[in-house]
Design a protein. Structure first.
Lengths: 282, 282
């Protein structure tokens, strides 16, 4: 069981920010990733539809064999975490509780901001999670539906991007928050732009970093951690699947994970299930 | 189940450093504490004897009703965590894995120091836990058997204390570590003296803080967290038991937790079990 990889699922590239943190903090662990680029973004979809997609991604990785599942996607967490946790026999981790805890720990003026996709913000899951933990804070939230495309379409270097980000974030920054939760795993990929727009007084919470802290604790708690010795004998591996095209995934993942030998495989959505592209085409 | 307190057990006062962090980070949670002051320190005892004591403390709190157990004592964690986790139907958290993870995250020069009681250091549990997680670091460890008494006997303000602490810590500080794990929950009570002896370049890891992060995550993971609304309707309570004398416990706990209305009750060791003093004397 310990030898199996940790499974990460996401609507596209965003979950790679969580993987990046895993490679840093948990070097002994193998990972298997599935990005649903073909159907990205999830943000504007109904939670019911997202829940169905998350189950499809989960079944695919479960068939490959995983010891833990990370829903590395805020919309997916909002839609399906409770259900997956209740049903699956392996530990399941989402990204919302970790980010909420970190924000409560961080804020000094008790004013927390949360940005995310329309799906995540409309679900109000961050606001509810934070307010359940402490009645002392005020939570401002804002849907930033255009941000995911900026990342997925690799448009961050365009000259119109920074003014757009400034404009979108203006109301939440002006509300007086001192802590801003990046409530979408795509957003750490545009941390520079968000930091520029929010100024030095606002502390950004990267849900990926916080999520991997939780993964690390749960691996230990359930005696699922691989040791350095095991890593020496049988080095950890990484495999990336996408429902989209291989080449752009390779380029963006390589850039973000700072690696040029990434193994990317393709899978296809076939009716209600996801299958490897090679099988599909044979 | 959610309404039950979190149980904390320790050989004496040390676990109060973990409780202090719980009161700060988890204000909605009730706590029940049992300090085995009558048999403190645990450090010089055999792990088998400590394991027996930990089971006695655990049975006492389990009869009172707890939703999670924190072994807020490094010697106790080294002796009994694995066994308790395997047997009890509630989550059990120790202090060693949390401190180890935090140290690995913190160190820049990959040289970590660990100080603790003779029991904890001889068990080598910190060293093994850290080296299992990463082969890159070097771990220096040092038993500081005199430190627990300095705290338990309230002798930190004596003029001989600081020179003694400097002298004891000299070898481990000189070994070149940049991170020092306070591998005994009593040590945060003498953080000022340890900081003075170790200098500004050494980062201290307080296992209490790290342990409560883990408690917070597990409460969420197992849906055991109390909400702010529940806290409003039914405020969280704190009860402290000691196998020692009530008055000195009240003074030291009050000083450390910065509270003067602490409810302290006494219990007695009667053969193989621990019972409330009132029952015992009736």
């Amino acid at each position: 069981m310990k030898e199996l990889p940790i499974g990460f699922i996401d609507s596209g590239y965003g979950g790679l920010t969580v993987v990046k943190q895993s490679l840093k903090q948990l070097p002994n662990e193998s990972i298997i990733y599935l990005g649903d680029n073909a159907r990205c973004p999830y943000g504007p979809r109904s939670l019911m539809e997202v829940r169905k997609f998350i189950w499809q991604l989960t079944h695919f990785l479960r068939e490959k064999g995983i010891k833990m599942l990370v829903i590395a996607c805020n919309t997916g967490t909002a839609a399906a975490l409770d259900e997956l946790k209740a049903v699956l026999p392996i530990p399941v981790v989402g990204v919302i509780a970790s980010g909420s805890r970190a924000a409560i720990k961080q804020t000094q003026n008790n004013q927390i901001g949360v940005i995310g996709t329309a799906g995540t913000i409309n679900s109000q899951l961050y606001t509810r999670t934070i307010l359940e933990k402490t009645a002392k804070v005020k939570v401002e939230s804002l849907a930033c539906p255009s941000f995911v495309e900026l990342v997925e379409e690799d448009r961050l270097d365009e000259s119109s991007t920074q003014p757009h980000v400034n404009e979108v974030l203006k109301p939440i920054i002006q509300s007086g928050i001192d802590t801003l939760v990046l409530g979408c795993t795509h957003y750490p990929l545009m941390k520079r732009e968000i930091k520029e727009a929010s100024g030095s007084k606002v502390h950004l919470i990267d849900s990926g970093v916080e999520t991997i802290n939780e993964v690390s604790m749960l691996l230990d708690y359930f005696n699922l951690s691989r040791t350095a010795e095991e890593q020496e004998q049988d080095p950890a591996s990484q495999i990336y699947y996408t429902t989209g095209e291989i080449e752009p995934f390779k380029v963006i993942a390589g850039k973000w994970l700072k690696a040029d030998d990434i193994v990317v495989r393709q899978c296809r959505i076939k009716g209600e299930i996801i299958v490897e592209a090679t099988n599909c085409e044979s």
